[in-house]
Design a protein. Structure first.
Length: 143
């Protein structure tokens, strides 16, 4: 069976409610800390990876609004302070089928940037970080 290549335009990013934007780009890094465990008399450096990992990333697109004055930053800047919630980063297959490749995890938002240019483009970007000690759900379809 042939290999299927993930196409970027098949992806998506879903933020918790209260973050209003039409997103068209995202990136995320999954990292684990390592520790040097080299002993006396060892010739090379020995390392082990921690079981603790982190996810950081960003998503961007265009701010959206409607008659109820939904703001792209209302939840972030609200009286309850910075909120988090479930973030779903989808690599492909947005139809909910069995061939999806995605990351689902709880995140907090560390910053939101809004911009507007003279030629009429308005953009918004959200930076997020892993918020829960629970492991994220990695769904990766294998052919």
């Amino acid at each position: 069976m042939g290999t299927t290549v993930a196409i970027g335009s098949d992806g998506s990013c879903t933020l918790p409610s209260g973050y209003a934007a039409q997103l068209n780009t995202w990136s995320a890094s999954v990292t684990r800390q390592t520790s040097v465990v080299t002993g006396f008399g060892d010739v090379g450096t020995s390392r082990v990876a921690s079981k603790i990992f982190d996810i950081t990333g960003s998503a961007g697109g265009f701010p959206s609004y409607d008659a109820s004055n939904t703001s792209p930053i209302s939840t972030f800047a609200g009286a309850s302070g910075p909120n988090g919630g479930e973030v779903v980063l989808l690599v492909n297959g947005s139809d909910g089928g069995s061939d999806e490749c995605s990351f689902t995890f709880n995140a907090v938002f560390s910053s939101i940037a809004l911009a507007s240019t003279q030629d009429g483009e308005a953009t918004v970007a959200f930076n997020f970080e892993l918020a829960a000690s629970a492991a994220p759900v990695f769904t990766w379809f294998e052919t």
